[in-house]
Design a protein around this ligand. Structure first.
Ligand SMILES: [Ca+2]
Ligand SMILES: [Ca+2]
Length: 615
């Protein structure tokens, strides 16, 4: 009897799918949740001449409030409203033609995780480890080649797929946690079904699917869970500005204005200042934001309201689905400005304690600060974006450590960037970093000088903001003689079966590599308990004679940092810093535990960073 009943059910399910498959190819978002702050949801339904059909549903708490048809008859946009008391579960949506039901979808509404809306995002107590999933570790050779994907495995090619995957990251979470990192930022993990050079992930071809060469949606969610068990948060890399040219939309665009410049490649001029320039021309603003990066990355027109809603919902979906601790937003200023206001408003409305960091790649704090929540720039632009990458500081350190000290050069170049912090409503929420996947690696930039590399690492781990380090910096990975991105993003040693060098175990590392790894590990471990560095005020003293001194101080702790960028050691007279030192008499080196009597001055070696806890 039971088997007969099951067989009937099986047939019913099959026939439903058969009907649905006739007409409905996609419904996105692929699922949703009950109890979001904003009860509205807009479904994008894609299918052959779907516009002829009328969707209806009969489900307590859920109603259709609008149905929109656009230029392309293969799309329907369906507005839903989901009451907070709705019971989670599948909602049957029927699609009818001339009063006859011809297709149906069971749309899943899920219950939210407890505390989801109030989740705490990453912050200055954290240190972020950035890694490129294709290049970190390959734990699943079975996904190295996916027959439906053109860009196959080519480990010998810098721009080829190397086979790294999410399972590889999961396998080495203990290494990442053991180093002392508390957040993971992965370069984009969503499908990039591009014909070539797709390893970096920035040419997304499906907004609701993890690339099968990296793993699966469930695998990504599991990785975030496994990380959270080790007190590591997951930051997702979000791309709002463009898609990959092989995105399924490109074969059947919802509307003629979906892609900027009518879908024809027209390059951006990258002059980002034009957006904010009070003397700027509208034509420049338009072509900056509407122009494409490259021909293989069609630029999205977020002025189309259906596209804007699609992108906002997609971001919310991943936060909720994968349990994210934050977002990194690619090419932030290149999206439509009004859209960015709404996107950031909606994200922060749903997740008020989340952190989000935007990429505005400019060396000017004026340009970067424009986007931070609360800034109130002259043109009245409103943003809800909490954080930005501190590119000005990254550039200043890259140059300043190599320069002779002068009026505005050397350490003063770094000091000067921080002295402009008044532009930011919240400079402590900037993400500070020595390098990332788009620039030459730190060790290469600093002329392969270990002493300067240590100084930079110590600086970024003690200055205000949220430090981010790029995988491999800890073992002096470099890109000598080339700026090739594929080389900058080389494979992490030990991540592939048969690697002779193994950074996870230390096998085959040179003494210098091992020493840098240990240096970073010790500093990270110390930083975990250093409340002054997490939340303490920064006080800096203007660099003099190649020595730069700054303090971090809260109620519990005072930390003094001395950078000596001279070729000789020196003794630093502490009298000038009396206003911060106060009654403290001793400075204890946080690594060597050596105690210095402050009134006798602090002896520091040539080209060094010294970090002292004052008591
Ligand atoms: Ca693999
Ligand atoms: Ca754009």
């Amino acid at each position: 009897m039971l088997s007969k009943w099951l067989a009937a059910l099986f047939l019913a399910v099959c026939s439903t799918h058969a009907v649905a498959a006739d007409r409905i190819e996609r419904v996105e978002p692929v699922s949703w949740w009950v109890g979001m702050q904003d009860p509205r949801l807009q479904l994008m339904v894609h299918g052959n001449r779907i516009t002829e059909l009328e969707p209806t549903l009969d489900h307590p708490g859920v109603k259709i409030t609008g149905v929109h048809r656009v230029a392309n008859p293969n799309y329907l946009f369906v507005d839903l409203e989901i009451a907070p008391e709705t019971r989670p579960g599948p909602v049957r949506i029927d699609f009818s033609k001339g009063g006859r039901k011809v297709a149906r979808r069971d749309y899943l509404l899920q219950a939210r995780e407890p505390g989801s809306a109030q989740r705490r995002g990453f912050g200055p107590q954290d240190v972020i480890y950035l890694l490129m999933p294709d290049r970190f570790a390959n734990a699943d050779p079975a996904n190295d080649v996916v027959p439906s994907m053109q860009d196959g495995l080519a480990r010998s090619k810098p721009l080829g797929r190397h086979g790294g995957d999410l399972q590889g990251i999961a396998k080495h979470l203990d290494y990442i946690a053991g180093m002392g990192f508390t957040q993971l930022w992965l370069n984009p993990v969503l499908e990039n079904a591009q014909p070539d050079a797709s390893y970096h992930g920035y040419a997304i071809t499906d907004f609701y699917r993890v690339d099968p060469r990296l793993g699966s949606n469930e695998g990504f969610r599991q990785l975030a869970r496994d990380a959270r068990e080790r007190d590591i948060g997951m930051i997702m890399d979000v791309v709002l500005n463009h898609i990959g040219s092989s995105h399924w939309w490109m074969r059947d665009l919802p509307a003629p204005d979906w892609i900027n410049y009518g879908g024809k490649f027209t390059a951006t001029h990258h002059v980002r200042e034009s957006l904010q320039d009070p003397h700027g021309a509208e034509a420049d603003r338009r072509s900056f934001a509407d122009g494409w990066f490259v021909e293989t990355m069609p630029d999205l027109n977020q002025r189309n309201p259906f596209l804007a809603t699609y992108l906002i919902q997609n971001t919310l979906w991943w936060i909720e689905y994968a349990g994210l601790s934050g977002l990194r937003v690619d090419t932030y200023p290149y999206s439509d400005r009004a859209f960015l206001t709404e996107w950031s408003r909606r994200v922060m409305q749903e997740f008020p304690n989340l952190n989000v960091v935007g990429e505005e790649w400019s060396g000017s704090p004026v340009t970067v600060s424009y986007w931070q929540r609360g800034r109130k720039p002259a043109d009245g632009y409103v943003s809800y974006l909490p954080g930005l990458f501190d590119f000005p500081l990254q550039e200043a350190v890259s140059q300043g450590l190599l320069e002779k000290e002068g009026w505005g050069t050397g350490l003063r170049r770094i000091y000067r960037v921080l002295a402009a912090d008044g532009l930011y409503p919240d400079p402590y929420n900037l993400v500070v970093f020595p390098d990332n996947h788009d620039v030459s690696r730190l060790y290469t930039v600093l002329g392969e000088r270990e002493d300067l590399t240590r100084m930079a690492i110590a600086f970024f781990l003690t200055i205000r903001g949220i430090p981010q380090l790029f995988y491999g910096t800890e073992i002096l990975m470099n890109n000598p003689g080339t700026e090739d991105h594929g080389v900058i993003r080389s494979d992490f040693p030990g991540g592939w079966p048969g690697d002779v060098k193994n950074a996870f175990t230390g096998a085959g590392l040179s003494a210098a590599e091992r020493s840098m790894q240990e240096y970073m590990r010790q500093l990270l471990q110390w930083r975990r308990g250093a409340s002054a560095v997490h939340g303490g005020k920064l006080t800096q003293f203007a660099p003099m004679d190649g020595v730069y001194v700054y303090f971090r101080r809260d109620a519990a702790q005072t930390v003094m940092v001395i950078l000596n960028n001279n070729d000789q050691g020196t003794t630093v007279d502490t009298q000038r810093f009396a206003e911060v030192i106060g009654n403290a008499t001793t400075g204890t080196d946080v690594l060597s535990r050596q105690a210095h009597e402050l009134e006798k001055g602090v002896a520091v070696p040539a080209r060094s960073a010294t970090i002292l806890e004052l008591t």
